[in-house]
Design a protein around this ligand. Structure first.
Ligand SMILES: NC(=O)c1ccc[n+]([C@@H]2O[C@H](COP(=O)([O-])OP(=O)(O)OC[C@H]3O[C@@H](n4cnc5c(N)ncnc54)[C@H](OP(=O)(O)O)[C@@H]3O)[C@@H](O)[C@H]2O)c1
Length: 280
């Protein structure tokens, strides 16, 4: 299979490369090879390559910064997804794209099913919702995969930030009133491969590790497993103000695929693989 991975240097992109590199004709592009916001370049290069599958892991992912960098967030997460959908439709490639729990407003304490209508409350969420709309309007063959709270070896993420701050001896304040499902980028990449193999119909899919928690509980589990003992205080979102408002409940309910392992198990494996804890 001829597969193009965009954003291959990112946290998820790097895991996708590992999962797809065997038995596929892989082309890897990041910003240096093609800036996905440049319409003509994208159309020309992708149509010349003519892949069977385009996996788009390229994105603008700085949630708080997006509040002051709305234009670039909209270009990368919104308009560029339109260009990719158009070219995939033209060459009949399967388009695989990633979106986020942050397209929802977070008011549903039972979480959000795949067909729930989006209502983002911050710029990042709005830019990702625009990307979703582009795909649904243009209608290539597609898997639109929403995921949440990613951690992995190849990018900035909550697990790495917690470990770094604890090792620096910092006192920590972590919010206790935002709930979601931490997800190991490696597990997500493997599930994407399974989804492609399943030949399921085009549509929206929710892929996260199972079970959920709040950020405070997530942090406590990281410290418990890795044996770090920082001073941690649990605070509300009102006490810990960030530029972007975050949804309270953003659990993604998966009604279409088999569920993945619990996030605690995935976290433990991640900490073993990154040599923070011994394999027992
Ligand atoms: N991280 C999370 O917690 C999370 C949660 C839910 C959903 N998601 C979604 O999952 C997907 C993967 O996220 P991630 O955390 O792996 O992202 P990431 O680590 O930030 O990687 C994104 C990659 O895209 C590249 N990129 C940015 N702008 C580009 C452009 N104009 N043209 C080409 N490449 C560009 C980035 O390059 P530079 O680094 O040089 O900018 C980077 O290599 C995204 O769609 C994201 O919205 C992520």
């Amino acid at each position: 299979m001829k597969i193009l991975i965009l954003g291959y240097k990112g946290m998820l992109g790097s895991e996708l490369v590992k999962v797809f590199k065997a038995n596929n004709d892989l082309t890897l592009w990041d910003k240096d090879q093609v800036d996905i916001t440049k319409r003509d370049d994208v159309m020309r290069k992708v149509s010349k390559l003519k892949p069977d599958i385009v996996i788009n892991a390229a994105a603008y992912t700085a949630v708080d910064k997006a509040e002051s960098e709305k234009d670039i967030a909209y270009k990368v997460n919104g308009c560029a997804v339109g260009f990719l959908s158009t070219i995939c439709k033209e060459i009949d490639a399967l388009f695989i794209h990633f979106s986020t729990d942050y397209v929802f407003d977070g008011e549903s304490h039972i979480g959000y099913k795949e067909d729930h209508s989006y209502n983002p409350i911050n710029m990042y969420g709005k830019s990702k919702a625009l990307g979703e709309k582009m795909i649904l309007d243009i209608e290539p063959r597609y898997y639109l995969i929403r995921t949440s709270w990613l951690f992995g070896k190849y990018g900035k993420n909550f697990v790495e930030t917690m470990i770094r701050l604890a090792e620096e001896g910092k006192d920590l304040k972590i919010v206790n009133d935002q709930f979601g499902s931490p997800t190991y980028a490696k597990d997500l990449a493997e599930k994407v491969k399974e989804l492609i193999g399943s030949k399921k119909s085009s549509g929206i899919y929710h892929i996260t590790n199972s079970d959920y928690c709040n950020w405070y509980e997530f942090a406590l589990k990281i410290f418990e497993l890795s044996g770090l003992k920082p001073n941690v205080k649990s605070v509300t979102s009102e006490e810990f103000v960030t530029p972007a408002k975050k949804p309270t409940y953003s659990m993604l309910v998966n009604t279409k695929l088999s569920s993945m392992r619990p996030w605690e198990d995935a976290l433990k494996e991640y900490l073993i693989e990154t040599e923070r804890i011994d394999k027992k």
